[in-house]
Ligand binder design. Structure first.
Ligand SMILES: Cc1cc2nc3c(=O)[nH]c(=O)nc-3n(C[C@H](O)[C@H](O)[C@H](O)COP(=O)(O)OP(=O)(O)OC[C@H]3O[C@@H](n4cnc5c(N)ncnc54)[C@H](O)[C@@H]3O)c2cc1C
Length: 440
């Protein structure tokens, strides 16, 4: 059983401890050694801020290229979204539409191909480093009605013809029952490249890879100031890192360290529950191909069955950053809506959540603050696999091969309207509109 950090640090986001404490992942992950806080002054080539998947991947790839690296994590490794997510490792971006709208077809395809490589990179790392993280291939993207199916079919056809992606197959309405024992879905896509895993075990597995590669890791080491210039200095309360490059990979927790990044993303709370273990035959009857499932609503349900026969079900969002009060009951209701045959047989045993860093257009936001300060953010709830390749292309860019990184820096992003105080109400209004559309 893993233990929670007692760092005495706050993130500025509501209920963060509560969101972590009741996690199924935390309860089922063997404890990892602690890495001591930064003390005194260290000099390296690169200082990575953030010990989630984006930071760890960047650090690993930089070590492969021969750079010396310090990684600073304000809490414990995997404490953020990387250790708490729905476990669905999916090709593509949160919104490929935003990328398609801004790019030529060729460049949109190049960005898509980066994500395909990201899926292979994730699988290769699991295999090469023997990371025990319950990886299961297969993912289904399902529509809840004929109208939603039409849009999904269009994006399926586009993805096959324009991106040349052939690992998606279409599931007709007449065949949907062969894939999932649920009356909720109309038709959809079956993706054999994407899949699902235990995200905390995966993140800590990558942390071991980083440690063994020689990354100098410090936990409970929140970066509190960043001095820019030819030789940046990152300071914590007890030490400092002098370096040539900085990579910021802090999700929505960087806060006032870099205010100009803060306004480009919005922290949105999202929640996951795990049920009691079901009778194995019943659990296996729910999703016939053992794939993870996601619907194509704007406020979506995403779920899968874990190897110990629990339904791991994600959904609901909170724009106020406060955890919904009736979370367990409402998630239970959603599970029964999808699988009515579980009524009376299923209860919520774990529930937890975290914050996703969404951008206005939900495309990822990668870039540079200055020539030598890089950032990776805006995964918009779709970062489990994308963070891995994002770290790789950031390391490539630092090493002088910036072509793929700069493809992403060309994506235009707008700050959230309304400034710090009004961006939440503005977002809520926008999201209510989309939620209304989900219901039609
Ligand atoms: C509940 C939930 C469900 C999700 N489900 C899915 C899913 O099924 N599939 C999917 O693809 N994506 C999903 N996501 C999104 C995905 O988890 C994220 O996109 C991804 O993990 C982001 O990784 P990261 O490394 O950028 O951020 P994080 O994992 O949040 O890591 C950032 C780290 O930086 C540290 N940090 C921040 N500021 C500082 C500082 N100043 N000094 C030192 N350290 C700092 C934080 O403590 C944190 O540990 C989900 C997210 C959540 C919250």
């Amino acid at each position: 059983m893993n233990t929670l950090p007692d760092t005495g640090l706050t993130t500025g986001l509501a209920n963060e401890d509560e969101l972590t404490r009741r996690s199924y992942y935390l309860a089922t992950t063997p404890a990892m050694e602690a890495f001591g806080p930064l003390a005194g002054s260290e000099a390296v080539d690169v200082c990575v801020v953030g010990g989630g998947l984006a930071g760890l991947s960047t650090a690993i790839e930089l070590r492969v290229k021969g750079y010396s690296v310090v990684l600073l994590e304000g809490q414990r490794l995997g404490w953020g979204a990387s250790g708490r997510n729905g476990g669905q490792a999916i090709v593509g971006h949160s919104s490929d539409d935003a990328i398609i709208a801004q790019f030529s077809k060729e460049d949109a395809r190049r960005a898509w191909d980066v994500t395909v490589e990201g899926m292979h990179l994730m699988r290769e790392r699991i295999a090469r480093h023997n990371i025990d993280c319950d990886y299961i291939p297969g993912w289904m993207y399902l529509a809840v009605n004929a109208r939603k199916a039409k849009g999904l079919r269009e994006s399926f056809d586009f993805t096959r013809s324009t991106f040349g992606f052939d690992q998606w197959s279409w599931i007709d309405h007449a065949d949907i029952g062969q894939y999932i024992a649920s009356p909720r879905f109309h038709s959809g896509v079956y993706d054999t490249l994407s899949g699902h895993l235990h995200p905390l075990k995966f993140t800590l597995g990558l942390a071991r890879v980083a440690r063994d590669a020689g990354v100098r890791i410090h936990e409970c080491s929140r970066a509190i100031s960043l001095q820019r210039g030819a030789a940046p200095v990152v300071k914590t309360d007890k030490g400092e890192v002098r370096c040539k490059f900085v990579v910021l990979a802090g999700n929505c927790y960087l806060g006032e360290l870099v205010p100009e990044l803060n306004s480009r993303i919005m922290p949105v709370g999202t929640y996951v529950v795990a049920t009691n273990p079901l009778d194995p035959a019943l659990a296996e009857s729910l999703i016939k191909n053992r794939a993870a499932v996601c619907d194509n609503n704007f406020v979506l349900d995403y779920f899968r069955v874990s190897p110990d026969h629990r339904v791991v079900f994600g959904g609901r969002v909170s724009y106020s950053t406060m955890t919904p009060v009736n979370l367990d009951a409402s998630m239970h209701e959603r599970i029964i809506t999808v699988f009515p045959q579980l009524a009376g047989k299923v209860r919520v045993e774990y529930s937890w959540g975290g914050f996703v860093d969404i951008t206005m257009n939900r495309a990822p936001d990668f870039g540079r603050l200055t020539d030598n300060i890089y950032y990776l953010q805006g995964f918009s709830g779709h970062g489990l696999a994308l963070t891995g390749i994002a770290g790789k292309i950031a390391a490539e860019a630092i090493a002088g091969q910036a072509e793929r990184f700069d493809l992403y820096t060309r994506i235009k992003h707008l700050p959230f309207p309304g400034g710090k105080l009004l961006r939440t109400p503005a977002l809520v209004a926008g999201m209510l509109w989309y939620r209304l559309r989900d219901m039609l």
